[in-house]
Design a protein around this ligand. Sequence first.
Ligand code: TRP
Length: 363
Amino acid sequence: MGKIILTGDRPTGKLHLGHYVGSLRQRVELQNSGLFEKIFIMIADAQALTDNADNPEKVRQNIIEVALDYLSCGIDPTKSTIFIQSMVPELTELAFYYMNLVTVARLERNPTVKTEIVMREFGKSIPVGFYTYPISQASDITAFRATTVPAGADQEPMIEQTREIVHKFNSIYGETLVEPEIMLPQNAACLRLPGTDGKAKMSKSLGNCIYLSDTPEDLRKKVMSMYTDPNHLRVEDPGSVEGNCVFTYLDAFSRTEHFAEYLPEYACLDELKEHYKRGGLGDVKCKKFLYAVLQEMLEPIRARRHEYEQDIEGVYEILKKGCDVARAEAAETLDMVRRAMKINYFEDAELIRQQSEAYKSSK
Ligand code: TRP
């Protein structure tokens, strides 16, 4: 059986560099590798609503932003199906059945959800939908019989939860669902890109993001004010590259060719790091190099975004077609699930006949 990808993002904002290195870049490579039979990329609006119920307008606006980000990064709608989660209502029905296979105690242990609850300051007022979104995510994945979920490390607990649901379902109702695997980014710096302020994660709510759609001027300002080594006060001082986000970003984005082009005094990143550690290399020089590297990468993405922005109707057309394809696929899985659970009441003619016989003969 061919390999199938399902992955996605919540439309709560434009996508940023963390998304790019954490998964977008890899998705494009996987898409173009030809190794996958089907690729589904979902804009998870229903999941976004689990903590934005009071602001559906924000979610609606960001669906198009995320779609533009996908297309401009090189997701090709002739190779990958891009769709909107809530337009595939089969996903909700699947989640409803999966809910019976998961305990409240198990949901409580999900480390990603725990962190999010603290970050959102929910206290005791956690929306039920939010609390159960890992179950809904299991539906997203299994509905497409996905084998592979390219995603960031923060999604690991969701895939784990999905695998448990698959096991439980298959052991109760018979082999039906496919067990997925997560595919993490290969480069360690990409596992969790820090924010420009050096905080552990690039995140809209922390205001420390570089967006794929930032202008060159925004980008320059953000790079030039990035967090480095607070003890590296004078150029002559030895500096630390650990926890210095300019170097973390260079780990994630720079290639040897960039040195020949923008910083020929150094052959490679290791040489640059050595000089920084020794002392005598200023932050500004490193930041200018990083700006050049990011600018080179982001410029074509920005240009493609600009083109798609001129044809928003066309983008909606792409999404609509994607939703149709996704819906047909999810409906097939839902049929299999109902059959396995024997809740396909009107389809099982044999069962109806047996019941009917039983009633007649009991008279
Ligand atoms: N939880 C993901 C995020 O926060 C979005 C998502 C929803 C997802 N369903 C998914 C990712 C299924 C991978 C697979 O961005």
